[in-house]
Ligand binder design. Structure first.
Ligand SMILES: [Zn+2]
Length: 307
């Protein structure tokens, strides 16, 4: 198990020369990690943050590194905690994502702010990617190679992982969230399992997930174990006509009860049910309707967004 993310202030942790994880404890709903790759030419950021205040704080930490002025922002996927802060980096920053991530960002807009209206979001606007790719893209930042790779649908239909082949550092986005409950409602169980195999083949030493503490490749195994259990629950309960909510209540959390955001189980089982029907992986669902069930399962409480 990775060490606990703990609480406290966001912080930059150097994980290789000029390569940082920006960790926002405790990594729960809305509290994402970012990555920072600094060079004399400039900085490549992996994701931003959910609110204006949090993105400004990240920007200040990045500016204090004394790197060059160029700014490239890579969005690992469309979710607002990773992307709403893009606009804080201004028009001079080049924002990059998978082509479908840009489509999903355009369609989703600021809807995350409506889900948690009590959060002080600040002055945000949607800053869509300027540059998109479909399979892979290499960014040369000074002498450093930064590879943007899409291995197929996983946490969403169009996740990007950021791979530093020299340093063997992987920024995995929300495909991996060490010490936290995986969330594949808007993605795919089977696709995530396939992508985890591809991530293992990269053979990283250091894995920075989209939430939670810095980890190593053991985080792949922990994620896989959780996802396989979703498939087992679907195999057992769906043929009996149980709903995902009924199955979640009856099957319980098992060995994953220790993970925070346990209520994601209901959303995850919705995806497992859909996949058991067959058809295209990561096809759209109504996330708002399923979120209501997550609230129901969570004793009627909306999960807290700590942004
Ligand atoms: Zn996400």
């Amino acid at each position: 198990m990775p060490e606990a993310a703990g609480s406290g202030e966001p912080r930059l942790v150097e994980i290789a020369d000029g390569v940082y994880a920006y960790l926002q404890p405790d990594g729960g709903w809305c509290l994402n990690n970012a990555g920072v790759i600094a060079d004399r030419e400039g900085v490549l950021l992996v994701d931003t943050a959910a609110t204006e205040r949090r993105a400004l704080r990240l920007r200040a930490e990045v500016d204090a590194l004394g790197a060059g002025e160029r700014r490239v922002v890579v969005n690992t996927h469309f979710h607002g905690d990773h992307t709403l802060g893009n606009s804080v980096f201004g028009p001079a920053a080049v924002v990059v994502s998978h082509a479908l991530t840009r489509e999903d960002m355009a369609q989703t807009g600021l809807s995350m702010t409506a889900l948690w209206p009590d959060v002080h979001w600040g002055d945000l606007r949607v800053a869509l990617p300027d540059l998109t790719y479909t399979d892979s893209l290499t960014v040369h930042l000074g002498d450093r190679r930064v590879e943007l790779l899409h291995f197929g649908p996983a946490h969403t239909r169009s996740d990007t992982v950021v791979w530093l082949p020299e340093e063997r550092v992987l920024f995995a986005g929300d495909i991996v969230m060490p010490g936290h409950t995986p969330f594949v409602l808007m993605g795919t169980v089977a696709g995530s399992l396939a992508v985890l195999d591809r991530l293992r083949e990269l053979d990283p030493v250091t894995v920075v997930g989209g939430h939670g503490p810095v980890a190593g490749p053991e985080a792949f195994d922990e994620t896989e174990a959780y996802l396989r259990r979703l498939q087992h629950i679907a195999d057992e309960y769906r043929p009996r006509g149980a709903t995902p909510l009924e199955a979640a209540r009856d099957a319980g959390l098992g060995e994953f009860a220790k993970l925070p955001e346990a209520e994601r189980l209901v959303g995850n089982l919705h995806r497992a049910w859909l996949e058991a029907e067959g058809g295209e992986l990561a096809r759209p669902v109504d996330p708002v309707a399923v979120f209501q069930e997550i609230v129901t399962y969570n004793d009627g409480r909306l999960p807290t967004c700590h942004a």
